[in-house]
Design a protein around this ligand. Structure first.
Ligand code: FES
Length: 99
């Protein structure tokens, strides 16, 4: 198990998140339940969306209802369905972007 530092923008709070847990659960379990919106934890509600500003991750399948192909292309993902593979900087974006 490797732990990475996940920084939540714009406040800049940091959390040590293991690669064995989703980004969302890693933040939540390390005192950050108020830093991101926590919902179903299983890809079904969309409130945990974040934009990845820096770093890499692996992601499980995500519902296109909450993360379109365009979102994924712009680094937007469901943090409960993604796992860190490096230190990360993320910005919560629970609502769909305006186009
Ligand atoms: S917490 Fe519901 S989709 Fe991530």
């Amino acid at each position: 198990m490797t732990a990475y530092t996940v920084t939540v923008a714009p406040e800049g709070r940091t959390f040590r998140c293991p690669d064995t847990k989703s980004i969302l659960v890693g933040i939540e379990h390390n005192g950050g339940a108020d830093a991101v919106q926590v919902g179903c934890r299983s890809g079904g509600c969309g409130v945990c969306r974040v934009e990845v500003l820096e770093g890499t991750y692996t992601a499980k399948r995500m519902s296109k209802a909450f993360c379109t192909d365009d979102d994924v292309a712009h680094g937007i993902l469901l943090s409960c369905r993604a796992y860190p593979t490096s230190d990360l900087v993320v910005r919560p974006c629970p609502k769909p972007r305006d186009h």
